[in-house]
Design a protein. Structure first.
Length: 191
């Protein structure tokens, strides 16, 4: 089986990859890839995986995610890091004051590129926004949004859940994540 390089500096994404890609031969290359300005997480993931390939000259994966709040016309979309760096979680909650519709979702796209072929795997994780910051820090979090994101079917934010609750959620959740989609495809084609 070929070795895959996951180019990222996000500790939460690395922890998730170790869990979901345990049967895939992959190594992490910690590097902060350039992020193009775009509203399209699939385009961003594609550009990043091609940059990653140019760095390591081996088959690579790159993962990008956006966060979409229905009552805010999708804000912050793919500009999550910018929103968190500028207005933060408190600012997002302030924008949501008085809003009854608290539906939101993560959209993620994992891109694989081997120098010739590009494959993309997209998934959605639906939920609602809490009214305040809840939970504790963990090395498994991808983003501070974990403090305000409540997955569909739950009453706790991701940051309030312990490892067992998150693992149970992953098993019973009908939404498939992009890493699992990629792992299934990769093992079927390259094992």
């Amino acid at each position: 089986m070929k070795e895959i390089i996951f180019v990222t500096h996000n500790k939460g994404k690395i922890a998730s990859a170790k869990k979901h890609l345990k049967n895939v031969n992959f190594k992490v290359f910690e590097y902060d890839l350039e992020e193009p300005r775009s509203d399209d997480v699939c385009y961003i993931s594609k550009v990043k995986v091609m940059e990653a390939y140019e760095l390591v000259k081996k088959p690579c994966i790159s993962l990008d995610a956006g966060f979409f709040i229905e009552a805010l016309n999708g804000f912050p979309r793919s500009f999550v890091n910018f929103a968190l760096d500028t207005i933060g979680i408190d600012g997002i909650l302030k924008l949501m004051e008085g809003k009854e519709n608290r539906k939101c979702e993560f959209k993620e796209c994992l891109s694989y590129y081997d120098g010739k072929d590009l494959k993309q795997f997209v998934s959605y994780h639906r939920g609602t926004l809490s009214t305040k910051i809840l939970g504790t820090d963990t090395d498994k979090k991808w983003s501070d949004l974990w403090y305000i994101f409540i997955p569909v079917g739950y009453t706790k934010t991701l940051a309030e859940m312990d490892d067992i609750e998150r693992a149970t959620r992953d098993k019973v959740n009908s939404e498939v994540n992009s890493m699992k989609l990629f792992a299934d495809w990769y093992l079927c084609n390259f094992n």
